[in-house]
Design a protein around this ligand. Structure first.
Ligand code: HEC
Ligand code: HEC
Length: 217
């Protein structure tokens, strides 16, 4: 009887020991995977930078390298003022837009991933942390729901309408307050109305603060 108990105890100790060994092995494997992922990411970002300068830098400002496009009517996002997620950048490069061509015939799938990784890594450098107060954010949320939500998704919600030109998906893109102000004051010809005379200055500031504080990265 005593012998059986001792054996069972040994078995339990052995199993416990074995368990902790394997969890150490899991930890080491997870660390190795994270290191490999970070190294791959760094290589993609480094490969993406010169591709961006060559193919995108003509139109988009990034890392303070100012673009001076003169041949496009649509406002061209200054990528220092907006932080998009890599998946979203990839999609834009594949799909293009109203005034941006698709790059599917110009760049390989690997190059597109590299440019997107680079943009997602460095974009948004001029976005300042929001200093909005809670009451202002509540006002902004309401203004957004009434004026913007039909075209723009935000805070985990999809846009509620079916506009001819869907607005930027703020679940994947965070613009600076400066950029939101500029767009809502002027609007975008044919795509988005101007709100300068539709909203009060306080409502304009509140909705800009709400978008920057809430938009996802
Ligand atoms: C000919 C000018 C032009 C070139 C070149 C260009 N873009 Fe654009 N891009 C635009 C314009 C204009 C928009 C705004 C939407 C539209 O009108 O298509 C835009 C939108 C975007 C957006 C969406 C940003 C946001 O805030 O929603 C991303 C991301 C983007 N471009 C990335 C790129 C990348 C990466 C490249 C290079 C592979 C590139 N663009 C090349 C003009 C250009
Ligand atoms: C009728 C539809 C519509 C409404 C309403 C609308 N927008 Fe837009 N908005 C658009 C479209 C279309 C774009 C350009 C999308 C693109 O370039 O892919 C846009 C672009 C923007 C951008 C630029 C984002 C970027 O990263 O390039 C901002 C900021 C913005 N809208 C804010 C607002 C706010 C705030 C409101 C409400 C006060 C609003 N919009 C109402 C359609 C709309």
């Amino acid at each position: 009887m005593r012998r059986a108990t001792a054996c069972a105890l040994l078995l339990i100790l052995a199993l416990a020991g074995c368990g902790s060994d394997s969890s150490k092995r899991d930890d080491a494997a997870a660390r190795a995977r994270a290191r490999a992922h970070a190294a791959l990411q760094a290589r993609l970002v480094a490969a993406g930078r010169p591709l961006f300068v060559k193919h995108c830098g003509l139109c988009h400002t990034l890392e303070g390298r100012v673009a001076h496009p003169t041949f496009i009517e649509s406002p061209i996002p200054n990528l220092d003022e907006v932080k998009p997620r890599a998946e979203y950048v990839e999609e834009r490069i594949h799909r293009g837009g109203f005034d941006m061509q698709s790059f599917e015939n110009e760049l390989s799938a690997t190059q597109i991933r590299a440019v997107a990784a680079y943009v997602a890594d460095v974009a948004g450098g001029r976005i300042a942390a929001s200093s909005a107060r809670t009451t202002q954010l509540a006002t902004g949320r309401q203004v957004f729901a009434q004026n913007c939500a039909s075209c723009h998704g935000i805070a985990g919600r999809r846009r509620t309408g079916t506009p001819m030109y869907p607005g930027t998906e703020f679940n994947f893109v965070k613009p600076s307050e400066r950029m939101v102000m500029e767009r809502i004051l002027k609007g975008i010809p044919d795509e988005m109305p101007a709100f300068k005379s539709r909203l009060s200055p306080a409502q304009l500031r509140a909705v800009a603060a709400y978008v920057t504080a809430t938009a996802g990265e």
